[in-house]
Design a protein around this ligand. Structure first.
Ligand code: PLP
Length: 356
């Protein structure tokens, strides 16, 4: 058995993959593949309608927000956000908590003035800056809620007086959030929602047209909202597999139930990292992510030996991002507690072997 601790793309439950694979041959007894059926057919329209309804239900999205399924990944949102809500000559505030936040700010700086309100780059993004002020004349404040590479996460929305935009690519649907606290949430689907190729955007309708710029239609939130995410050919398969996964999450009891599982999984792993003298967590304790657990060992030899043992035990995808090194265990919704236990067992086994 394989335990996939990879950071993506697309870690979903086996039963979702099974059902998804069947639809490639025969979608809902239509005799057609989900890949060939018209995206304007009633059957596919129903897929989009149900996927949107499930996102609204699972995240309790208020009625004055649009739920969009777009393409271009979270990276496209780095550009679409300022295009849509940063006026010509305007200012935007960004919190710099890592590579993705930096990239988002860089795109915005091509369209206006960006103020970096705080950065944790001084310690390779191992913590979340707490003391910062967001200028009241900023058009919006942007932050990344889960820093996939560094294993830090912001659970409480910073208190600011301007509209808030959050990149939730790697923690959306992993914990309960209050959507009304935010003005715009975006997330590449490929961690907890579905396959790469679709990007979820939840946008408060009063942001439409906010930048006053002429925005090409394909990058205009309002156009996509008007068209019900069907402005152009949507990523049909990614949306369909996301729907299957959203159904799976609902059947499990929803986001509050998965959040409890995620808390237990993260606690189990962090406790072992703290207990076991061979491993050391890299993220500051109060900012530790529930989705990506980053840790190192004292020497490269130990890391190579542990990686080899992990491989033997079917534990894959553990190598850390090149900018952090060591290990990263991504423990998204679909990764079970028994997989976390298998990793903890391997860490204990490593410790025992060193003693003997
Ligand atoms: N933001 C975060 C937090 C991410 O983890 C990633 C990718 O892993 C991105 C943005 C970039 O997403 P995409 O590859 O969908 O453009």
């Amino acid at each position: 058995m394989k335990h996939n601790f990879g950071a993506g793309p697309c870690i979903l439950p086996k039963e979702v993959f099974q059902e998804a694979s069947e639809a490639v041959i025969d979608f809902n007894n239509t005799g057609l593949s989900i890949l060939e059926i018209s995206h304007r057919s009633k059957e596919f329209e129903q897929v989009v309608v149900e996927a949107e309804a499930l996102v609204r239900e699972l995240l309790d999205v208020p009625a004055d927000y649009s739920v969009l399924f777009l393409q271009g990944g979270a990276s496209q949102q780095f550009a679409m956000v300022p295009m849509n809500i940063l006026p010509e000559g305007g200012k935007a505030a960004y919190l710099d908590t890592g590579v993705w936040a930096t990239k988002a700010a860089k795109e915005a700086s091509k369209l206006g003035h960006v103020e970096i309100v705080a950065s944790s780059s001084d310690k390779n993004y191992t913590y979340i800056p707490k003391d910062f002020a967001v200028p009241a004349d900023a058009s919006y404040f942007h932050y990344t809620s889960n820093n996939t590479i560094y294993g830090t996460e912001i659970f409480d929305k910073p208190k600011v007086s301007v509209p808030t935009v959050v990149d939730m690519s790697s923690d959306i649907l992993s914990r309960v959030i209050n959507v009304a606290d935010f003005d715009l949430i975006y997330a590449g689907a490929q961690k907890n929602m579905g396959p790469a190729g679709v990007t979820l955007v939840i946008v408060k309708n009063d942001l439409f047209g906010k930048s006053g710029r002429i925005v090409p239609s394909i990058f205009d939130y309002q156009q996509h909202a008007k068209a019900g995410s069907m402005y152009n050919t949507p990523p049909v398969y990614s949306i369909y597999v996301s729907l299957l996964n959203l159904r799976w999450l609902k059947a499990k009891g929803g986001v509050s139930v998965i959040e409890q599982e995620n808390i237990i999984k993260a606690r189990t792993l962090y406790e072992e990292i703290e207990r076991n003298p061979f491993f050391k967590g890299t993220a500051s304790e109060e900012d530790r992510s529930r989705m990506n657990v980053t840790f190192v060992m004292d020497t490269e030899e130990q890391e190579a030996a542990f990686l080899a043992l992990a491989k033997e035990r079917g534990l894959i995808g553990l190598k850390g991002h090149r900018s952090v090194g060591g290990f990263r265990a991504s423990i998204y919704n679909a990764l079970t507690i028994s997989s976390v236990n298998a990793l903890v067992d391997a860490m204990k086994e490593f410790e025992e072997k060193q003693k003997s």
